[in-house]
Design a protein around this ligand. Structure first.
Ligand code: ADP
Ligand code: MG
Length: 316
């Protein structure tokens, strides 16, 4: 890890055993994350997009230590925290907001007096734009957006340098989503945070992420600075994903890649296709794709794609 990086993920793998039958023996494995590498810079929003089941949340949980990797390494500076999709279930219904925030404060700042704790709780609530009086409330009296603000305040309580945001707004009303995103971005600048932003929402990525990585069945298939990815999507899967974003203007329609619908269902992660795992749905699949898994290759500065259409010259 060099001095400018806050997170380095190297060849990360997570397989889950699948148990079943009378003896509950493992009879296979889900390849949830299958050799993922990336780095995140200070104050960067690193976006992870992909269909449901592609392994995004598993990466988030590996980063914060909720899962242990099957193999590969995760190196980072400072503390790491996570904000989950559903603020309703991530907050203890019987604990007041104040108590919820005091727990991590007590763990990470040992020796705080009760008065200092109360002060710090009030500061955290102010930071997420909630009235400090909310300390006395129980989660059930809060709206979804307010609960997510509390979850963000709880993540901030241990002074992290890095926060994993797993679909932080997808359980919220559209009108609330924009406000939470605005808050998240303001906090990033104020506190010099870096984020791993997990979402299946490409419009959100386009607006928020500095770098976007596209996942398919446990692998990153394309990664680039967000503007570059949206302007020059190189992987047929990325092109299909971008073609499915709703269009708001004629100008946008003109910029969109040719519409091609992705064919068929996403394969089961228990039986990932041989070769390129996307070949069963790819509109441009070639013979080599059924046999050889493509590696991530650099096609433009900072732009990498794993696809035989962009193979090394003379080899594909
Ligand atoms: N704890 C677990 N045990 C077994 N399989 C899991 C577990 N967590 C996730 N998976 C499987 O791993 C794959 C990736 O899941 P996940 O990381 O949640 O995807 P995403 O967040 O992109 O929707 C899915 O097939 C999912 O069913
Ligand atoms: Mg998920």
């Amino acid at each position: 890890m060099n001095s400018s990086e806050v997170l380095v993920v190297d060849k990360l793998v997570k397989y889950f055993p699948v148990k079943g039958g009378f003896w509950r023996r493992a009879h296979g494995q889900v390849r949830a994350v299958d050799g993922v590498s990336f780095t995140v810079q200070p104050c960067q929003v690193f976006g992870l997009v992909g269909e449901s089941g592609s392994g995004k949340s598993t990466i988030g949980r590996l980063l914060v230590g909720l899962y242990r990797p099957t193999s590969g390494t995760i190196t980072y500076r400072g503390k790491m925290q996570m904000v989950f999709q559903n603020p309703g279930s991530s907050l203890n219904p019987r604990r007041t907001v104040g108590k919820t925030l005091e727990l991590p404060l007590r763990l990470h700042h040992k020796g705080l007096t009760r008065k200092e704790l109360r002060q710090r709780v009030a500061e955290l609530l102010t930071q997420v734009e909630l009235n400090p009086e909310y300390a006395n409330k129980l989660p059930r009296s809060l709206s979804g957006g307010q609960k997510q603000r509390v979850a963000i305040a709880r993540a901030l309580a241990s002074d992290p340098k890095f926060i994993v945001l797993d679909e932080p707004t997808s359980a919220l009303d559209v009108s609330v989503q924009a406000k939470i995103i605005k808050l998240i971005l303001e906090l990033k600048d104020q506190l010099q945070l870096s984020y791993l932003l997990i979402s299946h929402d490409l419009s959100l990525m386009r607006n928020v992420a500095d770098v976007t990585a596209v996942m398919y069945l446990g692998k990153i298939v394309e990664i680039a600075p967000t503007a570059e990815l949206f302007a020059n999507p190189a992987h047929p899967y990325t092109q299909v994903l971008l073609a499915s974003i709703p269009v708001v203007s004629v100008e946008e329609e003109a910029l969109k890649p040719t519409k091609r619908l992705v064919e068929g269902e996403i394969p089961s992660p228990l039986q990932i296709p041989q070769g390129c795992s996307f070949h069963t749905r790819c509109p441009e699949a070639m013979e080599i794709c059924t046999r050889v898994a493509p590696e991530l290759l650099t096609i433009n500065p900072d732009h990498q794609v794993a696809c035989h259409l962009h193979g090394k010259r003379g080899e594909s």
